[in-house]
Write a protein that binds this ligand. Structure first.
Ligand code: AKG
Ligand code: FE2
Length: 280
């Protein structure tokens, strides 16, 4: 498998969108260097930090401690609870995840999709989907720290998975994973396991007609990806702020974290979905 890195300085070339699309389809992930200008990255980083602080304050003002915001209680109890909304927000803030809907409580004008609203991104998505696509609203910012405490507004590193195991039924979703702070050396970043989409589907026994997969194989992958895949295909790039890793709902990925990473990371996973059914 090839490790493809493209520089956005070349994004005006006529072949650029095709190179990105081919890279995603053949290698399952592509790095886009310098994809978002630094001032834009800084602006969104400030928006996310401010949203985190402001929402945390609102949750605390309702007498709710974010440590208590787990979701174990039943739907009936939740519906009867007048603080349900703030417990829900408290849970997500506590986990370091700021959804578009949460961002827009504080900044109604903005969405993470504005980060990829420029023409080169439109061309890339048009090339990948060869038809209509739309913004997928399950997009968010994520604040990651090695050894995050629960309820600390930071999330722990995430284990190996592919997003189709969560976004069911499987849709043709791609993710522009965008580093909003430098990461990969001193702060936790992202790793991907390069493997053709069809091979991932074969190994998890994905049934196109029923959209079913073998749950116990998925569980094994989540625990230890090397049980079913070749760990020599793992790629752990170093990201500067504004760099993007583009991957699909079938790409295996995880946080890349080591004990010596003392800094924290902010990123945004910005998703796009095709109107057509599965084609990956
Ligand atoms: O940011 C991470 O460490 C994991 C992100 C992830 O799983 C995703 O963007 O789908
Ligand atoms: Fe993921």
């Amino acid at each position: 498998m090839k490790r493809i890195e493209l520089d956005f300085a070349d994004s005006s070339k006529s072949s650029f969108a095709k190179e990105v699309s081919n890279g995603l389809m053949n290698e399952s992930a592509v790095i886009l260097r310098n994809a978002i200008p630094k001032p834009k990255v800084q602006f969104f980083k400030d928006c996310v930090d401010h949203t985190t602080k402001e929402l945390l304050k609102r949750v605390l003002d309702h007498g709710i401690s974010i440590k208590d915001c787990d979701r174990k209680y039943s739907p009936e109890e939740q519906n009867a609870d007048k603080n349900k909304l703030f417990k829900d927000i408290g849970f997500r803030v506590g986990q370091g995840m700021i959804s578009i809907q949460m961002l827009q409580r504080i900044f109604p004008q903005f969405s993470y999709h504005d980060l990829i609203g420029d023409i080169p991104f439109f061309k890339i998505c048009s090339e990948i989907y060869k038809g209509e696509f739309e913004w997928f609203l399950k997009s968010q910012a994520r604040r990651v720290a090695v050894n995050a405490n629960s309820g600390s507004t930071w999330t722990d590193p995430i284990h190996y998975h592919f997003d189709a195991q969560y976004h069911r039924p499987a849709q043709s979703i791609i993710c522009f994973w965008t580093a909003l702070t430098p990461c990969g050396e001193n702060a936790p970043s992202l790793q991907v396991l390069l493997c053709p989409h069809k091979e991932v589907q074969r190994i998890v026994e994905f049934e196109e007609s029923t959209k079913m997969m073998n749950e116990s194989i998925i569980e094994e992958i989540n625990k230890d990806v090397s049980k079913h895949f070749d760990s020599r295909d793992i790629w752990k790039p170093i990201f500067d702020s504004g760099d993007i890793c583009l991957f699909s709902t079938w790409t295996l990925h995880a946080s890349h974290a080591t004990k010596c990473m003392k800094e924290k990371r902010l990123s945004s996973e910005i998703r796009v979905v095709g109107k057509e059914e599965i084609f990956f």
